[in-house]
Design a protein around this ligand. Structure first.
Ligand code: 5GP
Ligand code: MG
Length: 197
């Protein structure tokens, strides 16, 4: 896909695929260890592991990640919006729709595209912890080099990137570009708001 509005490619689809595979292997190994400690098998346990992808941005990442994990998992999606319309700065995270309500005692893996201000993952991990899960892990493909509004640590990170607005591989601008296979920066004149850096 050769889009004229792309300024530069930060991460190619090949680099992303290789890293996502590593992340899936690491995550599956860690979760399998938890299952073993409970006396369960990685493929034989009663819904102990719940992956929670944060829609819509984590859709592409989560779809690839889960297929690299050779263990039994279930999936509950949540919908959060923080960048309404043509926006390149977070307007604060808001939950749209329901949170899964059956996480008590389970191992929960929150999956998001990018850790930026930390408000999305901060809000969700707080709400999920209220249900007293056995564990909560935070897994993000990208982590931006910024001072976070909420001091939340990710357990597994794909790539650290500079403080720049990016799209592709699930990430959008104004609803578009999620299907771009690479992670790219757009030319400034294609963004309604000036970018942070
Ligand atoms: P936070 O709540 O940490 O500020 O932001 C998390 C959410 O904001 C991400 O799930 C993502 O949807 C959106 N976001 C943060 N930075 C970017 C970016 O550079 N590009 C796009 N497209 N979305 C971003
Ligand atoms: Mg998001």
């Amino acid at each position: 896909m050769k889009l004229p509005e792309v300024d530069r490619v930060l991460l190619t689809s090949e680099a992303i695929a290789a890293r996502v595979r590593e992340m899936g292997e690491t995550l599956a190994r860690d979760l399998a260890r938890d299952l073993t400690a409970e006396g369960h098998g990685a493929l034989d346990h009663p819904d102990r592991i719940v992956m929670v992808p944060i829609m819509t941005g984590a859709m592409v990442f989560a779809a690839d990640l889960i297929r690299t994990m050779p263990i039994r998992i279930s999936i509950r999606t949540v919908v959060v919006s923080s960048y309404p319309g043509a926006s390149t700065t977070s307007k604060g995270a808001a939950l749209r729709g329901a949170l899964p309500d059956d996480l008590r005692g389970r191992h929960v893996v929150l999956v998001d595209d990018i850790l930026d201000s930390g408000q999305t993952l901060g809000m969700l991990s707080r709400m999920i912890r209220e249900q007293e899960p056995a564990s909560v892990r935070v897994c993000v493909l990208l982590r931006k080099d910024v001072t976070r509004v909420e001091d939340i640590a990710a357990d597994l990170v794909g790539f650290d990137i500079p403080d720049e607005f990016v799209v592709g591989y699930g990430l959008d601008y104004n609803g578009f570009y999620r299907n771009v296979p690479d992670i790219v920066a757009l030319r400034g004149e294609h963004l309604d708001e000036p970018t942070a850096g």
